[in-house]
Structure formats: C-alpha cells, structure tokens
Design a protein around this ligand. Structure first.
Ligand code: NAP
Length: 496
C-alpha cells in the first residue's frame, strides 16, 4: 500500500474538468423545470475533508411543489408517443457520454471513488438511458381467450403514476439512471431524492436531461437534510403511486412500513453480504482477478461487493498469498488523482464502522495479512486489508463491511460452504469460481441469491435483472423486467 508522495490529495479544484463544465454546475432544487438556487448544506470532499460547495435543503412545501409539478406534467408525458420519449432518453445517453469525463470528476469529488471507477459508473449509468430508450416502445401486452372460452382477455401495461425515487451515495449516477430511465420510458413522471453526500451528480444529470429535452415537471430533484419527513409527506400524497428505493435494509424497512400505510407499490434494492466462493478446481489467476473487481470496485463501497471469501482448503493458501500481494500493491489516495487505485471512504463514520468490524474480528482470532488499521487524514482513509482465520461468528461475517476489507474463510466440502454462504439475512449477489460448469449450475441452485457471477467478479449489466432475495430487496431493476416496475397491468374482459 502506498500513500502517494507530495500529498496529491490537494489537487486544486479549478483545474478539474468536473468543476469547469458549466453544464454540470447546476445546484439547487429542480422543480417544474426551474432551478431554485438555494444554499445551506455543505457537500464534503471525502478525499480531503474540505467543503466543496453548499446545496439546498428542501422542506415540505418544496416536496408538495415537486409533486404538483410531476402531477401537472403526467398527462402530457404519458400521452407522449413512446418513440418520442425514447428519443429524449437516447439524447440523454449521448449527452452523458459526451460529458463523461466531467461527470466522472464530479462523482469522484463528492463520492471519493477513483476516476477509473467513476468513468465506469458514468458508462454504466448512461447505458440505462440507451437500454430503456430501446425498451420504451416494446412493452408487451397480452391477448388470449379464457380457458372456458367465455371471453377474451386483453392486458395493457399503463404507467403506474408519479414515482418517488430515493438513491444512495455509492453510485450517485447509476442508481438515479437505473430508476429515471425505466420510469420515463414507461410514461411516469418522477421526484428524485438523492443522498445528501452526493447531490451534485444528481443535479448534473437533471441538467443533462433538461438539455436532452425532458419537459418541465417530468423529472424533479429535491436535496434535503430531512429525508424521512419529506418522504413521508410525499408518500402521504394520494397522487404518488410508486416508491423506488435503493439504500440500506434498515431504511428500506422503515419506508416499506410507511408505504404500507398508503398501499403504495414499492421496489426495494437493499443491502448485500455477497459470498465469493473459490473451489479447488478454479483457475487461480482468474479467481484473483475476479476477487479484486468484486472486492475493490468503489473501494468496497458497493452493495454487490464481495463481503466473505470462502476458499476450498486445497487452494486456500495460494489464494491468500495472491490476494495479499495484490491488495498490498494498491495505491491509496484522493479519488480524483488519476494514480489512485483505492480512494477514501465516504465519511469518518464509515471508517469507524470498518475499524470496529476489523478490530472485533482480530480480537476473536483473525489475523491481517495486510492493512488492518485506519490511515491518518486529511480525508477518510482505510487501507486495503486481508483477514485470515476469521471466526464464522464474527460480526464482519454478518454485516456489510462497505470498505476495502477481504475476510477469508477456509472450507472443505460443498455442503459446508453452502451452509456458510447462506447463513445471512441478505441475498443480493454471490460469486463462484470453478472450471466445472455443471457443478457451478448445481451449486447455483442451492445459493440463496438474486444474482450469481460464475467465473466473473462483476454481475451488473443494464440489460439484466438486478436485485436480491431475502432482506436484500423486492423487485428488479434493469433488463426487460425493470420497466414493468413502473407499470400497472390493466385487464379488459371483452366479449366481442
Ligand atoms: P441509506 O442510509 O439507506 O440511504 C439511502 C437513501 O435513503 C439516501 O438518499 C438517504 O438520504 C435516504 N434516507 C435515509 N433515511 C431515510 C428515511 N427515513 N426516509 C427516506 N429516505 C431516507 O443508504 P446509504 O448509506 O446511502 O447507501 C448504502 C446502502 O445502500 C448499503 O446498504 C448498500 O448495500 C445499499 N445499496 C443497495 C443497492 C442495490 O441495488 N441493492 C445499490 C447501492 C447501494 P440521506 O443521504 O439524506 O440520509
């Protein structure tokens, strides 16, 4: 692990493209096509701890205005031909691609992730606009006779109505795009509430949407210090018909309870605790490459991040040696420094949580083969860490680490591994390395997960259904099914 010399964490901000691009400089509330430039809430650069800028703090009246705007725009937007909606989404894709470098810098500044990860996120986010521009005109209905022959069944998928979208800080562009694009493609209007740590990316994306031709009121953005109060007010408004949330399982539970009071349709993309499984017959180098992607994308701050490495006894020591060498080589530093391979954590609290989990595992018998303690600031840094001999009962086996720490567990038999892998309330992603594909498919059926990477450390793709089982969520985003989360089937019983 290397902290770069000469403290490159203090690169002057005006030199950064993300700051220089006026199109990405929109900050404030975005309601009914108007930017309301208010200030008051600092946005912190986690690479330095400095304040980047200030953003608006929306109140209940702003939330009502945003719902009014979404309701006002709804009839026009749902009546807009799907082809026309698709063309706007397609332009949004092109604009994100044109402004990719500047957007990536902005993401890196407010989130801390490396520029390479931020560029990957922008490309991934933009793809949702392209994919749903293609899906907008392909929503399938149904036409069939009843089994008794009594009448004909026609099913149409109508836009569900106004959608409230709540997104986390770890993928500020991708999580917003994964909701906005299918919602708009389906004919819904939306209010987006981004995370307080990363509001600038959401504002920049809304600005690009405006430039792409999204009519006023179709997309509204509220930044706030009172997310619970504001969301509850919006869910209590009878015009809101959909809540699409990505974030922690604990907040997801609160929102499900609140939405239940008003019987609002919910899509929930919640926490994960992904097992990364390596069988004796795996290709070791491929498994190490995959492990680095699954663990270190976003410095471990990903819901799909490998949280527990289960390694079969015959390959365990070689894997630990290889992983330790790769993790120890990573360069830690400011996310926006192009040389950085592992950026800061989002907040000091995130560093403290990781420290608590690692210290507790070590107290219970684990050893760190590299890393193992927080780094000095400025900025909120935890180094790449590998832990071995981790007791199965350690808190780190049950909680999302959300940081660059890889706990490794040894196993002997398939049954033992399946029991350990499934021993969690989560079920979002899992990874499995083996050269024996029939075995992988057989084990895949036994793993409680919404997504399984077989000989791959990355599962996300806009064309695939993303989502989890158990406490990891409800519904799917992306793919063919993602758009249906924003529609309601209407059945016509027809006697011709
Ligand atoms: P979080 O604390 O649950 O926050 C997520 C969003 O919910 C933020 O916009 C937050 O606003 C808002 N929020 C917080 N309390 C709320 C309340 N009472 N009512 C309404 N909204 C509220 O999660 P996070 O720390 O930002 O993100 C990390 C979590 O997200 C991890 O658990 C990760 O696994 C999960 N995640 C899941 C997926 C997936 O696809 N399954 C993808 C990415 C992340 P504030 O910022 O103002 O608090």
């Amino acid at each position: 692990m290397h902290l770069p010399s000469g403290d490159p964490r203090i690169m002057p901000l005006p030199e950064l493209t993300g700051y220089a691009d006026p199109l990405l400089h929109s900050q404030g509330l975005y309601i009914d096509g108007q930017w309301l430039p208010r200030r008051g809430v600092p946005v912190v650069n986690p690479s330095t701890g400095d304040t980047l800028t200030e953003i608006a703090d929306a109140g209940i009246a702003d939330a009502t205005a945003a719902i009014d705007a979404a309701a006002g725009a709804a009839p026009g937007w749902r009546a807009t031909p799907a082809r026309h909606r698709a063309e706007i989404l397609r332009r949004w894709f092109h604009l994100m691609t044109e402004h990719a470098d500047a957007l990536a810098t902005l993401i890196s500044l407010e989130n801390g992730k490396t520029l390479a990860d931020a560029r990957g996120e922008v490309a991934y986010a933009a793809e949702f606009f392209r994919w749903y521009s293609e899906e907008a005109s392909r929503i399938q209905g149904e036409y069939r006779r009843t089994p008794s022959g009594s009448h004909t069944i026609l099913v149409d998928h109508e836009p569900i109505g106004i959608a409230v979208l709540i997104t986390p800080w770890n993928f500020p562009a991708a999580m917003a795009a994964r909701k906005i694009a299918p919602a708009l493609a389906a004919g819904c209007t939306v209010v987006l509430k981004p995370a307080l740590e990363t509001p600038l990316t959401a504002c920049a994306m809304a600005r690009l949407g405006e430039e792409a031709g999204v009519p006023p009121g179709v997309v509204n953005v509220l930044t706030t210090q009172s997310p619970g109060e504001l969301t509850n007010a919006m869910l209590a408004d009878a015009r809101v018909r959909k809540l699409s949330f990505t974030g922690s399982t604990s907040v997801g539970r609160l929102l499900l309870a609140e939405a239940g009071r008003h019987v609002i349709s919910c899509s929930m993309e919640l926490g994960g605790n992904a097992p990364f499984i390596i069988m004796d017959d795996a290709d070791l180098d491929a498994a190490l490459d995959g492990a680095m992607v699954a663990k270190m994308r976003n410095a471990g701050e990903a819901c799909t991040a490998a949280n527990r490495f289960y390694v079969q006894a015959g390959i365990h020591d070689a894997f630990v040696e290889g992983l330790t060498a790769r993790m120890a080589r990573l360069r830690v530093g400011a996310g926006y420094d192009p040389r950085t391979q592992c950026g800061p954590m989002i907040t000091p609290a995130a560093v403290q949580k990781i420290d608590r989990l690692v210290s507790s595992a070590v107290r219970h018998g684990a050893q760190a083969t590299t890393g193992g303690a927080p780094l000095q600031g400025p900025g909120f840094f935890y180094p790449p860490t590998v832990l071995v001999n981790v007791p199965a009962a350690a808190a780190i086996s049950q909680e999302e680490i959300f940081g660059p720490v890889a706990p490794v567990y040894r196993f002997d038999t398939e049954d033992e591994m399946v029991t350990m892998a499934n021993n969690t309330e989560y079920g979002l992603a899992a990874y499995l390395y083996t050269r024996d594909i029939p075995r992988a498919m057989r084990l895949g059926k036994r793993l409680e997960t919404g997504m399984l990477g077989i000989n791959r450390g990355l599962v996300s793709d806009p064309a695939a259904p993303f989502g989890g089982v158990k406490q990891s969520g409800l519904g799917r985003e992306g793919g063919v099914t993602g758009i249906l989360e924003f529609t309601e089937p209407k059945y016509y019983a027809v006697d011709f």
